[in-house]
Design a binder for this molecule. Structure first.
Ligand SMILES: [Zn+2]
Length: 101
């Protein structure tokens, strides 16, 4: 866990509602922040798609199975993605109409 040395507590910069995953807005405030920190640490601040290790502000928490199609709102359905991979995944999901409700 030597990697954690480089982590600065800049976890305040949570941004939701960037047009990617509006469903995430169901969870707000400190709960969301706690989840975020927990998943970031679990996944070693590493994008689970491309394997890049990044600072927390460049990482986002993704629902592996989108909530819109029945994904669970718990840690087993969460992963760390870099902004790029998250955007790409969201785009694919949109194309597959996962976003429709
Ligand atoms: Zn990535």
């Amino acid at each position: 866990m030597a990697k954690l040395k480089t982590l600065k507590p800049k976890l305040k910069t949570i941004k939701t509602g960037q047009g990617l995953s509006p469903v995430v807005d169901r969870i707000r405030g400190t709960t969301l922040q706690n989840i975020r920190v927990r998943i970031l640490i679990r996944d070693n601040f590493t994008c689970q798609v491309c394997g890049k290790e990044l600072r927390s502000k460049y990482l986002e928490i993704d629902h592996i199975i989108p909530l819109a199609i029945g994904g669970r709102e718990d840690d087993s359905n969460r992963q760390v993605l870099c902004i790029e991979c998250h955007r790409e995944k969201s785009r694919i999901e949109e194309e597959m109409n996962y976003g429709q409700r």
